[in-house]
Design a protein around this ligand. Structure first.
Ligand SMILES: [Ca+2]
Length: 393
């Protein structure tokens, strides 16, 4: 299916909207015939109830459920708060390191260790201030000690386990999500730091990569062993990955990454493969210029799906619950500039239909997680961001 390329003229957005409307009218339901990788047929519409659980969160970035149903939320300026099931926000968890809270930088993702219930161990990623005004993505491990009386907590034994190098003087493209795989290893997504896109093709440098490390930050066993590859590198050629999720049934990793204009991608990164940035892309530079050699090149992977116009992909979840009938196995993608939650229906690893949810609110969606109740929880990116709970209406 040919993609529609919006023109940079003021009429471009309008023309795109017309094209989408026409495409939707032509194919209302997913059909086996659809074999494209963008603008999938529109999925059946879901009616949602949207409940604001908590508000006034400062640029919340990462959401994680505790075993008791409460939630950890990171705020980009460098705080973790614990949110009770009825929406009460704790004081900031104490003991966090200083973060580089500028531009896209700050406290990013948080993830519970698989043995959290007994160990209290969490992992978190952040933009770390480095020497000379530089910064880089860093992953730390700590013990979260919950305080029953205040509803808050503190971090103990904070240990940096991994530092992306080299540090760069830039506040752009830090990634970063943490996903724990079925072997207990950590996938960590990074970004190309904006000014370092060529390094995304250099497998010896952990910039513009998916990384896979042990809980101690060492290269994970089973990583690709290819000449010139740093041992922690899983896949290369990525621009800025702010969404990642594991398919627990297959162990496969799914990621979304910000492209340039019109080139946001969904990928299923596999060991040792090259996902193309900045040699191939469906997007164009924001200046309008062509990227690399075009859309395809032998030896470079194609995305599973891409968005044109870009929605500015952030959080990514794979739905496994029962509350939303028929959603099992769907991917949910938060869009920042796109101000939506995209629901992708997959068949045989391909996107066959897409639904655009929450489009009437104008919220930038930063993270999306399935709760223990099967409801969907999203964080909106704003100086006074919200934690929303979505259920079927
Ligand atoms: Ca790509």
């Amino acid at each position: 299916m040919p993609s529609f390329s919006p023109s940079p003229s003021p009429l471009g957005k309008f023309a795109w909207a017309v094209a989408v409307t026409v495409a939707a009218a032509a194919s209302v339901a997913p059909t086996a015939a659809y074999a494209g990788i963008t603008d999938a047929p529109r999925a059946a519409k879901t009616s949602l109830s949207v409940e604001t659980i908590a508000s006034g969160l400062v640029n919340p970035w990462g959401l994680q459920f505790l075993p008791d149903g409460r939630m950890l939320v990171t705020e980009k300026p460098g705080r973790i708060r614990i949110i009770s099931t009825d929406g009460k926000k704790s004081a900031p968890v104490s003991g966090l390191p200083k973060v580089y809270a500028r531009g896209q930088g700050g406290l990013l993702d948080v993830r519970l260790a698989t043995d959290f219930a007994s160990s209290g161990t969490i992992f978190f990623s952040y933009s770390e201030p480095r020497r000379g005004g530089k910064a880089g993505t860093t992953v730390a491990r700590a013990k979260l000690v919950l305080d029953g009386s205040s509803g808050g907590g503190r971090l103990e034994n904070v240990t940096v386990i991994y530092r992306q190098t080299p540090a760069i003087r830039s506040s752009h493209h830090f990634g970063s999500r943490i996903v724990i795989d079925n072997e207990g290893m950590l996938f960590v997504t990074t970004g190309d730091r904006g000014s370092q896109s060529k390094k995304a093709q250099d497998p010896s440098v952990p910039i513009g990569k998916v990384l896979r490390i042990t809980p101690d930050g060492k290269p994970a066993p089973g990583n690709p062993t290819k000449p010139g590859w740093a041992p922690e590198v899983w896949s290369i050629g990525h621009r800025n990955l702010q969404g990642a999720v594991l398919d627990p049934a297959t162990g496969a990793l799914w990621t979304v990454e910000h492209g340039a204009r019109g080139g946001d991608e969904l990928n299923q990164p596999q060991a040792g493969k090259n996902y193309g940035w900045p040699v191939i892309s469906y997007g164009r530079h924001y200046s309008g210029g062509k990227i690399g050699v075009g859309r395809k090149k032998a030896g470079l992977e194609q995305p599973v799906y891409y968005w044109d116009p870009s929605i500015a992909t952030s959080g990514l979840e794979l739905y496994t619950g029962d509350l939303f009938a028929g959603w099992k196995g769907n991917l949910l993608v938060g869009g920042l500039a796109g101000a939506r939650l995209a629901r992708l229906i997959l068949e045989n690893g391909k996107v066959v239909a897409e639904e655009k949810l929450l489009t009437d609110r104008g919220d930038r969606i930063r993270d999306v997680r399935q709760g223990p109740d099967g409801a969907i929880y999203v964080l909106t990116d704003d100086r006074t961001g919200d934690l929303l709970r979505l259920t079927p209406k």
